[in-house]
Design a protein around this ligand. Sequence first.
Ligand code: NAD
Length: 435
Amino acid sequence: MADRYLRFTGTAPGRFLTRRLGLPRPAALTRWSPERPALDGGLRHLTAGRSGLDLAPVLARTGIGPAGSDRTAAVVLDATGVRDVEGLAEVHAALRPVVRSVSASGRVLVLGAPLDPADHHQAAAQQALEGFTRSLGKEIGRGRTVNLVRLTDASAAESTLRFLLSPKSAYVSGQVIEVGTPQEPEGAPDGDRPLTGRTALVTGAARGIGEAVAETLARDGARVVVLDVPGAGQDARRVADRLGGSALLLDITAADAGARIAEALPDGLDLLVHNAGITRDQRLVNMPAERWIPVLEVNLASVLRTTDALLKAGALRRGGRIVATASIAGLAGNAGQTNYGASKAGIVGLVRSLAPRALAEHGVTVNAVAPGFIETRMTAAVPLFIREAGRRMNSLAQGGLPVDVAETIAWLAHPGSGAVNGQVVRVCGQSLLGA
Ligand code: NAD
């Protein structure tokens, strides 16, 4: 699983050779750790167009001081007031002189406004920010990320801005995230452990990404329930014991899985993370139903069934979160994965349709993460050549780690993220697939 190329390019001969041969030069990403909880350097707050956002107090709470003569760790460009092509010239003028100064593993964050259906000039200018963000993400290099957040209320977007301006979002780049207005007032969460008092159920959490999700939610204070198949019972118990949680051994495709979860959690739950997933790759012409059906069952049908059952039973408490796991294969398609691609695209449809209703009727948000190439047992089994291509074909020129997906889910689960609903956030280092 180790990315030897990434390690080699971090050495002096590696740097020399990759530069001379024009090979991909992945930067070692800075990820969150208790010793390094914030980006290293200051923040520059720029504006293009006339903004009505009250952004300064929110940025002050991110923990990154203003950039003086020291390193610039992050640039936030408030472009919410850009309404026409002239306004886009201000975007160019504001960012061009400062991009070079952003340190390695730093952040460029563009803030935009929702597209105005009554003003096609504003809509054109705001949509232009998307192409701008994605293009800058592809050229900026050195482990730096570029994302766009569309918002109307800075405080409703605070948890999102904090996430994107922290080392927790190291592998999230080229994304467009829409933040609405929260339905319900949000209590001030405990700073270091914002999920204290919340119960999280993570499916497929005995290993891989699910294990990292359970671990990260537990770090943030949640009581975790590690769900996996009975065959993975030993690993599931080990993870649960380590995190002070409990294991729930059941096959998520069982018709009564939702009822059994509700029974195991009589006080209800706050966070439901649909992570369990399988692949059975084969080109469609050779794919028997035995390889199609289980993938659709585990990755999609069981997600639909358990979500419906738990919402109907009132098992998800108000303020709750549902996060499902899609994949870039579901967005871009992938040869040999018609079953998997269909199942993961189905997750996107589920999220878009259910999100507004689940929020209105149950006070629960519904979002998805779409991982790209993540270093797990699933991807370690991929043949070497395809694995290398998967690793390098993204703006950060490396695979992500399970913790990158976990941190993204922890942001969506945060009590302050109630205004983030119906989003599909790719955790893919801005993969070229489906970009
Ligand atoms: P993994 O194979 O390492 O782990 C999956 C876990 O799900 C295992 O513990 C397995 O026992 C469990 N599981 C499988 N079927 C189950 C069932 N019927 N009931 C309960 N548990 C079940 O996979 P991973 O790489 O950690 O992937 C996790 C999720 O992320 C999956 O949904 C996968 O499709 C998605 N994903 C992964 C990648 C990647 O690069 N690894 C990329 C995109 C999407």
